[in-house]
Design a binder for this molecule. Structure first.
Ligand SMILES: N[C@@H](CCOP(=O)(O)O)C(=O)O
Length: 466
């Protein structure tokens, strides 16, 4: 499998190099040159497989040639064997033909674990084979950070630097990152927002001279193709559990960086019958404004009760734009350069194509709280604020009640006790046993100004080849 850049000016790479390169040198994101195709008969034959066996079927075409099959199987068994629920991603019914796919049974209680616990193992494997060191630089609005630290902290050949927006993640999310001790783990709280953090990460990939040529950056954000690849699997898993592929499914996906829903779009392109994909956003609704009015316009980023989705510049949207523009990287490059300066629209026929692929809905804090409360009153089931946005958007956009509507349950409610309290639900979500002492653990992080020179200077000073 070869991977090409969405901006058209970088050489095609194989899986191993894509894994280590993260962002393409031309600033684009890597995508596979072509997608594996599965027919219904083949997908049907996967019924009854364990999660990791299914993951192998879906993902191996992407890594073949770079990782031997048996080694990849072992990584998948180790990754999903560490999840707390035997079903790995169980489905919970919350209404007639309406489901939540619980993706928060991994070690850090969010869907990010599905990809990042695997990414850590992949990096470790490849770096050990090459005897190479990398500096991991990532940006988080709350969930990616802890999942990346957990996934990569045992890797011998990495130093990890995670940037989060100062005072704009939940306390549980912050503590999940800052209480992990290790002399190769650094948390940086940037006086800015998530977009600022992500911008610094991308700019640093573009010019790595601050590392003095002695090591290279690696990405844990969904700019790294391996992240997207692993997130495709649970669409197949959910569908198979509810009678797919012989019936179609609808999915509603709480979306910040557009990676999770892009994985659903790819699952459909690979052959999984999906009748509807709903983009669920919070008040930071650039994607919904684009889908409803063909205007892609960055606005002021607001803090909401769903901090993980407080994102305006949605990285993976670029991967969709690449497809919408017939995979013309130069067209995407021009469009995104224009978008950085002001509002942009795309050709009407391309926008109509986007609208035929996705529905969308933007949910404010009040509706988020109402949904948490309503679902709790009806089912005694506690949604985290991001999943609540997904459920509400699913209800707003649903087209056919006979088709199962599956909302991706992106995080455990215990990560967001303040949002649960704001909804008026008195139940207190409990942290699982391995985190009960989270509030007593010592924190370690550094607050820096929203300034790339300061951040790069910090990294340059602290990384070490262990
Ligand atoms: N919502 C994310 C933001 C980073 O997105 P990613 O999918 O590119 O890692 C978070 O919680 O950190």
């Amino acid at each position: 499998m070869r991977y090409i850049s969405t901006r058209g000016d970088s050489p095609a790479l194989d899986f191993e190099d894509v894994l280590l390169t993260g962002l393409a040198p031309d600033g684009g994101l890597y995508v596979p040159e072509s997608l594996p195709q599965f027919n219904l008969e083949e997908i049907r034959s996967w019924r009854g497989l364990s999660y990791s066996e299914l993951a192998f079927k879906v993902m191996y075409p992407f890594v073949e040639g770079a990782i031997p099959a048996d080694d990849f199987r072992t990584m998948l068994d180790d990754t999903y064997g560490a999840f707390a629920h035997k079903a790995i991603a169980p489905l919970v019914q919350i209404d007639s033909n309406e489901w939540v796919l619980e993706l928060f049974h991994g070690p850090t209680l969010a869907f990010k674990d599905f990809a990042l616990q695997l990414l850590g193992r992949l990096l470790d494997y490849v770096l050990e084979r090459r005897k190479q060191h990398v500096v991991i630089m990532g940006a988080t609005s709350g969930d990616t950070g802890s999942a990346a630290i957990e996934g990569c902290r045992r890797c011998e050949h990495v130093d990890i630097f995670i940037l989060h927006p100062y005072q704009r993640v939940s306390e549980v999310q912050r503590r999940q990152m800052t209480t992990v001790q290790g002399d190769n783990i650094y948390n940086i709280a940037v006086r800015g927002n998530f977009d600022d953090c992500q911008r610094m990460v991308k700019a640093s990939f573009g010019d790595q001279s601050f590392l003095g040529g002695k090591t290279q950056l690696a990405a844990v954000n969904s700019i790294n193709w391996a992240r997207i690849m692993a997130q495709i699997v649970y669409y197949f898993h959910a569908s198979l559990a509810l009678g797919g592929p012989d019936r179609s499914m609808a999915f509603s996906v709480p979306t910040g960086n557009f990676g999770d829903i892009f994985a659903g779009y790819l699952a459909r392109k690979m052959g999984l019958p999906i009748s509807q994909l709903v983009i669920a956003t919070n008040r930071n609704d650039i994607l919904h404004r684009f889908m409803s009015g063909n205007k892609y316009e960055q606005q002021h980023l607001e803090a909401t009760l769903s901090p993980s989705m407080d994102i305006m510049v949605s990285s993976n949207f670029e991967r969709l734009l690449f497809d919408l523009h017939g995979r013309d990287g130069h067209a995407v490059k021009t469009l995104l350069e224009d978008a950085a300066k002001g509002p942009v629209s795309i050709d009407d026929f391309r926008w109509k194509q986007a609208r035929s692929l996705f529905d969308s809905s933007a949910i404010d804090d009040k509706d988020t709280c109402d949904t948490i409360r309503d679902v709790f009153q009806q089912n005694a089931y506690l949604l985290d604020p991001h999943t609540a946005i997904g459920v509400r958007a699913a209800r707003n956009c649903r087209r056919d009640a006979s088709i199962p509507m599956i909302t991706l349950g992106t995080a455990h409610p215990a990560k967001f006790p303040d949002a649960i309290a704001a909804s008026g639900v008195s139940a207190k979500p409990e942290l699982p046993a391995h985190m009960v002492d989270l509030f007593e653990r010592e924190e370690k992080y550094t607050v820096l100004d929203n300034n790339i020179a300061d951040v790069q200077g910090f990294i340059a000073k602290h990384w070490k080849n262990t």
